[in-house]
Design a protein around this ligand. Structure first.
Ligand code: F6R
Length: 632
């Protein structure tokens, strides 16, 4: 998730671009750069690290001109470095890009075969060479060259392109990554997100997937990428304050990030699933066939939310790859005398890639000769740097301290890992792999359906916001989701909550249940439905207030939960939503077992969020917590 900005107009553009990038720094900040039409062609300045470094570089090498593009990077392909920072250049072409090109390996190979020399490890540089090649072949118009180049590319992109011989023109295009045009008086802007534009204009056009635009001081000519046909898009007036705009109009970053999950999952799966072969692309997930075949045990290490994702990963590895598997908490591993084997594949799951306890466990594993794979969200962070291979989640920067989109992207990445291991080891046949991968690829659309019910969940949150304690129960992969639901609630609402395996309830926690105790039961129609349902009946028989996460149309769950709401002091909501929540039942669409956790965690994230927000706690920065824990 990077940020891009573009400008053409009468003003000196470098300060406008840098200020725009500053407003997008929340999208990524490992390097930044500008390309400006200076009259001598397009010149670039780039710097590693935060924007202040780019500011300093521009003080040394000022770029004067009135048309330019800028970029702030969150690395996905190629470590953070000046060479990998955008803009990327080929001949007179300069490009900035946000997104992921799926067929980058093939295109790079093809271009190298034609004698092209790459100066970075990025997928983005491919755009620059493809566009340059089109211009070299005699195409005169930059937008035509961009359109022809895009026809070669598969994946997600928002790009902005300038050319040394076409002053006053910026060409932008978008597919599956955001891009907004800003309409000024005799000047035009483009950016990944609205905050970058608000200092200059409140009139914007949100480009649709498949749109491109040639922007000049005269305005924007919007066409379809596919065939060049002109399209018209409505202008919108934005009334948000700059702070609201940074949060995409949401009240908190956490809520914005919850809603970003479908996009984050798509980006994490993109280019890694080969549906034709019903397989996962090993090179994209940091593993090889040899390692997969030589692995005798998968040993997950992680902390907190990442440990919950690892627990779901263990279920999948056992089920799909038939490998013994264990999950250990980083802080425990480091102070035990753990036994690692040379045939262990240690999988260190850490969104920050910096957690001290997980890193220490990784070092212990390496010292004993185990092979280690990192599953991390931050490219080139300490854990991926210390290990043999990395499987990056593409959640983009997460600002809310309580992890949401990093968690679900970890789940998606670990499901890919399990499928890859299963296919290499012959324990997962083609039809089964296709079923699972297909379900994973469809999951973001179903997640959007769950998110559309967010307002109904606030009504349930209001009913329970005064609870002192809550229980979360689940079976199978529902168990780590129960743990995660309880952790989210504790973190941001400060309500005491415990997650339990549903079958464990009768071994103790059932003593806690009375009419004061809300019990959240994750009871989708999965392999464990009947058993979990009877646990729910047990809780109900002790007068517990059940909040169920169930599959759409499950009338039995609804009947079981119904009478409590009838007795509640707040009437059930009216209209369409009342069908969904009248009985404290939050429905998720029916999906294959393996992707249920991606959906069932969303109601729990939203429940925690709304309970915390209603209580008025600091949702994005809860007390006593830090986003990255680099101490013991
Ligand atoms: C909770 C949360 C933490 C982290 C834990 C490990 O919302 O985010 O529990 O999961 O501190 O951090 P990482 O994943 O960076 O290793």
């Amino acid at each position: 998730m990077c940020g891009i900005v573009a400008y053409t107009g009468p003003q000196d553009c470098a300060p406008i671009l840098v200020e725009g990038l500053r407003r997008l720094e929340y999208r990524g900040y490992d390097s930044a750069g500008l390309a400006v039409h200076t009259g001598r062609g397009v010149e670039i300045v780039r710097a590693v690290g935060k924007l202040t470094n780019l500011d300093q570089a521009l003080r040394k090498t000022p770029l004067a001109g009135t048309t330019g593009i800028g970029h702030t990077r969150w690395a996905t392909h190629g470590r953070p470095s000046e060479a990998n920072a955008h803009p990327h250049v080929a001949g007179a072409v300069a490009v900035v890009h946000n997104g992921i090109i799926e067929n980058h390996v093939d295109l790079r190979r093809e271009l190298q075969g034609k004698g092209v020399r790459f100066s970075s490890d990025t997928d983005t540089e491919i755009f620059a060479h493809l566009i340059h090649a089109e211009m070299q072949s005699g195409i005169k118009e930059l937008d035509v060259a961009v359109r022809r180049a895009l026809a070669r590319v598969r994946g997600a992109y928002a790009i902005a392109v300038v050319h040394g011989e076409q002053p006053g023109t910026v060409v932008v295009a978008k597919q599956d990554s955001p891009l907004v045009l800003g309409l000024g008086e005799g000047e035009m802007f483009a950016a990944s997100d609205i905050p970058a534009l608000l200092a200059h204009t409140r009139d914007v056009i949100l480009l649709a997937d498949g749109d491109m635009a040639k922007i000049t001081t005269a305005g924007a000519a919007i066409t379809r990428i596919a065939d060049g046909a002109p399209v018209s898009r409505d202008k919108k007036r934005i009334d948000w304050s700059p702070t609201q705009a940074e949060k995409g109009g949401y009240k908190h970053f956490m809520l914005k990030e919850i809603h970003e999950q479908p996009r984050a999952i798509e980006d994490t799966l993109r280019g890694r699933i080969d549906l034709d072969k019903a397989d996962v692309v090993g090179a994209e997930i940091g593993l090889t066939e040899e390692i997969a075949k030589a692995t005798g045990r998968v040993y997950f290490v992680a902390c907190g939310t990442s440990a919950h994702a690892a627990m779901a990963g263990r279920y999948w590895v056992e089920q799909l790859a038939r490998l013994p598997s264990t999950v250990e908490i980083g802080s425990e591993v480091r102070y035990r005398d753990p036994v690692f084997l040379p045939t262990d594949l240690v999988v260190a799951v850490s969104q920050s890639g910096e957690t001290a306890d997980t890193l220490a466990a990784v070092k212990a594993a390496k010292a004993q000769g185990a092979r280690v794979l990192a599953v991390a969200n931050v490219l080139d962070s300490a854990i991926p740097r210390a290990v043999d291979g990395a499987l990056y989640t593409h959640a983009g920067p997460e600002i809310g301290v309580a992890s949401t989109k990093c968690f679900t992207t970890q789940l998606a990445a670990l499901l890919l890992l399990a499928v890859y291991l299963g296919r290499r080891r012959g324990t997962l046949n083609e039809a089964e792999a296709r079923r699972i991968l297909d379900a994973a690829w469809q999951a973001p659309a179903k997640m959007r359906d769950v998110l559309a019910r967010a307002d109904d969940i606030r009504t349930i949150a209001r009913r329970h916001m005064r609870a002192k304690d809550m229980l979360f129960l689940g079976r199978g992969t529902g168990f780590p989701i129960a743990l995660e639901g309880a952790l989210k609630l504790k973190e941001i609402s400060y309500i005491h909550a415990e997650g339990y395996a549903a079958g464990e309830m009768k071994h103790g926690p059932i003593a806690l249940i009375d009419e004061e105790m809300p019990v959240v039961v994750i009871c989708p129609k999965d392999a464990h439905y009947e058993k979990t349902f009877s646990n729910m009946q047990e809780a109900k028989a002790r007068e517990g207030q059940i909040i169920a996460v169930a599959t759409e149309g499950d009338d039995e769950v609804r009947r079981l939960c119904a009478d409590r709401v009838d007795r509640g002091s707040i009437p059930p909501p009216s209209g369409r939503g009342s069908m969904l929540v009248a009985a404290d039942v939050i429905e998720i669409p029916p999906v294959e077992n393996e992707v249920v956790p991606l959906l069932s965690v969303i109601p729990l994230q939203l429940l925690s969020y709304h309970m915390a927000d209603l209580k008025g706690t600091d949702v994005d920065q809860p007390r006593n917590l830090a986003k990255t824990v680099t101490v013991e």
